[in-house]
Design a protein around this ligand. Structure first.
Ligand code: 3SL
Length: 241
């Protein structure tokens, strides 16, 4: 496990420069909902996921592939993109839909955070659904770790910060040393306040309110489940498997 004073938290995709991740391990967090959909899709048998920063990159990749092999996935402002096969609700990523497929994935903040972290030595995608898989992976790392919260268009999101805090709580055994970085202290403190009722806190978050009219009722509840899947989305050559 990396020492706690080598773990930092970035609170949004706009809160860091690419260069700051060079040589580090990055855990990309977008609880609502990109990390949760990616984790669900891989757990349900998707062959691989290609995260992209925008629709034009998605189309360039799709145009090189056989129609039967891929699904275009993602959202803009919470809603499925016109012409795409799937949106960004984890409920859509059922085994019979995704098994064996390559998913080209394009979301407002989550996939942008993944792309922006490309200088990291190792990239994982984490959320409550696969918390223990992330913790186990971090046990094998002694390099610096950054928990990259995707946030929302440059702003902090409670749900992503809470998951960062949850990881820190587990890694530190519930006691954060004074030597911890400021970002870690903030995330840890938030988890101490709301960790007993994740769903209660997350369902009152700004993004849950934004999504309320747009997405299936069960999405928020599902994304708050802890350790639903034993899957570790890891990135190699721009592809998550
Ligand atoms: O911003 C993102 O990447 C999405 O996860 C947002 S949404 O929950 O699909 O609106």
């Amino acid at each position: 496990m990396p020492e706690i004073n080598y773990i930092d938290v970035f609170f949004s995709v706009h809160a860091f420069q690419e260069e700051e991740l060079r040589g580090k391990t990055a855990v990309i967090i977008d609880v609502l909902r990109a990390s949760s959909s990616i984790t669900t899709a891989l757990s349900n048998g998707a062959k691989k996921i290609i995260p992209v920063a925008d629709m034009s990159d998605a189309m360039k990749i799709a145009n090189t592939m056989d129609q039967k092999d891929f699904l275009l996935c993602g959202e803009k402002n919470g809603t499925k993109i016109e012409g795409y096969h799937l949106g960004n609700s984890p409920a859509e990523y059922e085994p019979e839909v995704v098994k064996g497929k390559t998913l080209i994935f394009n979301t407002t903040n989550g996939t942008k955070a993944i792309k922006k972290s490309s200088l990291a030595n190792q990239i994982y995608v984490g959320t409550f659904l696969n918390q223990d898989s992330i913790l186990n992976a971090l046990k094998d790392h002694d390099d610096e770790v950054v928990l990259v919260c995707s946030g929302w268009q440059g702003r902090l999101s409670i749900e992503d910060t809470l998951f960062a805090g949850s990881l820190l709580h587990a890694i530190s055994g519930g006691e954060l040393p004074d030597s911890a970085k400021d970002g870690a202290k903030v995330a840890f403190g938030l988890f101490q306040k709301f960790g007993d009722d994740l769903e209660g806190a997350i369902s009152k978050s700004d993004h849950a309110k934004r999504l309320a009219e747009l997405v299936p009722n069960g999405d928020i509840e599902f994304c708050c489940k802890v350790n639903e899947f034993d899957v570790l989305p890891g990135m190699r050559d721009g592809i998550l498997t």
